[in-house]
Design a binder for this molecule. Structure first.
Ligand SMILES: NC(=O)C1=CN([C@@H]2O[C@H](COP(=O)(O)OP(=O)(O)OC[C@H]3O[C@@H](n4cnc5c(N)ncnc54)[C@H](OP(=O)(O)O)[C@@H]3O)[C@@H](O)[C@H]2O)C=CC1
Ligand SMILES: O=C1O[C@H](COP(=O)(O)O)[C@@H](O)[C@H](O)[C@H]1O
Length: 495
């Protein structure tokens, strides 16, 4: 790994504190950072270097999966950190930032490899990229990389505008767009699960698969993010990025080789084959909902419109379910259902592959009905893979019942998404970052849905907090003769 300078814009913010410093510390602990590196944090707060280091230490104590117990190790981690006070909108300040970076490059003998991480509000993304270019910070003799946080645009047009601006300062292969779902170990594992297991690969098509269900349900509400969320809704917050990325990872074909380029090529082909929705037809394939008051784990919670900062007549979607079709011969006739919502019954991100039930009537004489085989890929909050099979239960007179065979290994201390993603970015591996074409095609699919929502062309269903979402979401699958699996809790696990 090459020595480098890590320039963190937004170093005093929430994301830096919760995710980025802990990720850096865990990478350092695992010897996964270059032997020589320098970190410069940027914000407007009046921090000295010492105060900045105290802020980082507190972040590690609170949020890191490994707490820094050993003082000398912590000191050697923090030794490389410096703070630079800068208003990112003021051009002049970038010269002193450049000077600071160059001094440390000379002091440590670091070639001009610079990684710029934009952990700031999206309105600053283009301004910072431009100032990096104009100040000379981006004119490096080594490599330069830009890590950019979400949201990437508010709709198709704004995403295209943003990308055009970023492209003036960085090449596409220098831009690392974070989608933290792509950093989740089980989402990364989809590649190995689907490609490294010929048994599953053989089944991965419309001959054997009846439908695919991708759920990301949360128990939390809007929290303190109403100013952002009330203009975004679940469609922008979760569907345009995380849900469609999980769909791409599930549906992509075997690439020629496991390289960033080939995987991204296959993901792009999925998005190109995604059947577009016409605005007038959105209501037939998409369900939107908003949570009302209810109970979660015995706690009474307020409805979305009562949340602080939310408009009392808000029409923002906190729940979206949709049926998507991939117009590709191997997925013809296989609906992909996605569903995401806040204030639902449980926190669970999972992908359920329902296989065709060709033996439904085999035991009709015995008055038995085997259920479909399911492959359940649990992404969050625990990682795991399990397969639902049918068996005869000797304790119940040979009654046929479903059991789940669990392949979850009890791996403790699994790296967090940000750790995996930062490690990849440091090594220059962009496999699990969103390519511009994926982002653009996602916005293209989402755009008519945004417009149909804005024009209220479909109902906004209320659902009680603590439920599995509106009844209309259940009906969406029922129309095709299917049901959402696992809404009533997991089936019996075979031990
Ligand atoms: N927090 C989270 O869990 C997640 C955040 N994100 C994304 O990450 C990004 C950062 O979010 P978050 O950390 O929550 O935001 P915060 O509001 O907590 O932090 C914003 C940071 O930007 C800095 N900043 C603001 N204005 C300026 C300015 N004019 N010049 C220099 N620095 C400035 C602030 O510095 P100071 O306060 O010192 O002025 C602060 O460090 C956003 O794009 C967000 O959408 C994505 C996923 C999750
Ligand atoms: O990006 C986002 O993701 C979180 C859910 O992430 P998870 O890792 O906890 O599943 C979501 O709460 C948030 O609204 C959204 O911006």
């Amino acid at each position: 790994m090459e020595s480098m300078t890590f320039v963190l814009f937004g170093a005093t913010g929430d994301l830096a504190k919760r995710k980025i410093f802990p990720a850096l510390y865990n990478l350092f602990s695992d010897d996964k950072l270059p032997p020589v590196y320098s970190v410069v944090g940027i914000g407007r707060k009046e921090f000295t270097d010492v105060e900045f280091k105290t802020f980082i230490e507190q972040s590690l104590q609170t949020f890191s999966r490994r707490k820094p117990e050993d003082n000398s190790k912590l000191e050697s981690f923090l030794r490389t950190f410096r703070y630079c006070r800068l208003d990112v909108t003021e051009k002049e300040g970038y010269q002193s930032l450049l000077k600071k970076i160059q001094e440390r490059e000379q002091e440590f003998g670091i070639p001009e490899n610079r990684m710029f991480y934009l952990s700031v509000a999206p309105e600053f993304f283009d301004v910072i990229a431009l100032n990096i270019k104009e100040s000379g910070l981006g004119a490096t003799k080594g490599w330069k990389r830009l890590i950019i946080e979400k949201p990437f645009g508010h709709d198709l047009k704004s995403a295209q505008d943003l990308n055009n601006k970023l492209s003036q300062a960085f090449e596409e292969n220098e831009i690392y767009r974070i989608d933290h779902y792509l950093g989740k170990p089980m989402v990364q594992n989809l590649e190995a699960l689907g490609f490294a297991n010929p048994v599953l690969r053989t089944l991965w098509n419309n001959q054997h698969i009846a439908n695919v269900q991708i759920t990301a349900s949360e128990t939390v509400g809007v929290e303190e993010r109403a100013s952002y969320y009330d203009h975004a809704g679940a469609i922008r917050d979760m569907v345009q990025n995380h849900m469609l990325q999980m769909l791409m990872m599930t549906a992509m074909h075997l690439p020629k080789q496991i390289t960033a380029q080939d995987i991204r090529h296959e993901k792009r082909k999925v998005m190109e084959s995604l059947r577009p929705l016409q605005k007038a037809d959105v209501g037939n394939h998409v369900v939107r909902g908003q949570y009302g008051p209810g109970k979660i784990n015995d706690y009474t919670v307020i409805g979305y419109r009562e949340e602080p900062g939310v408009d009392v007549s808000s029409m923002t979607d906190t729940f979206v379910a949709a049926r998507l079709w991939i117009d590709d011969p191997s997925w013809e006739g296989v609906p992909f259902y996605i569903r995401t919502g806040k204030r639902m019954r449980e926190k669970s991100t999972r992908i359920v592959i329902e296989f065709k039930n060709t033996v439904k009537d085999l035991y009709i004489a015995q008055n038995e009905s085997p259920v479909p085989n399911l492959l359940i890929i649990q992404v969050n909050p625990h990682e795991g893979v399990s397969l639902q099979l049918n068996r005869k239960n000797p304790l119940k007179s040979g009654h046929i019942e479903p059991v789940t065979v669990d392949f979850t290994s009890n791996t403790k201390d699994v790296p967090e998404a940000y750790e995996l993603l930062l490690f990849d970015a440091v090594r220059g591996d962009s496999t699990f970052f969103a390519h511009w074409k994926e982002v653009e095609l996602s916005w293209k699919w989402v755009q008519p849905v945004l417009e149909a929502f804005e024009e209220n062309l479909l109902p906004l269903h209320q659902y009680p907090a603590g439920s599995d979402g509106p009844e209309a979401s259940r009906q969406l699958l029922e129309e095709d003769g299917f049901q959402w699996w696992l809404d009533k809790g997991p089936v019996k696990v075979l031990t």
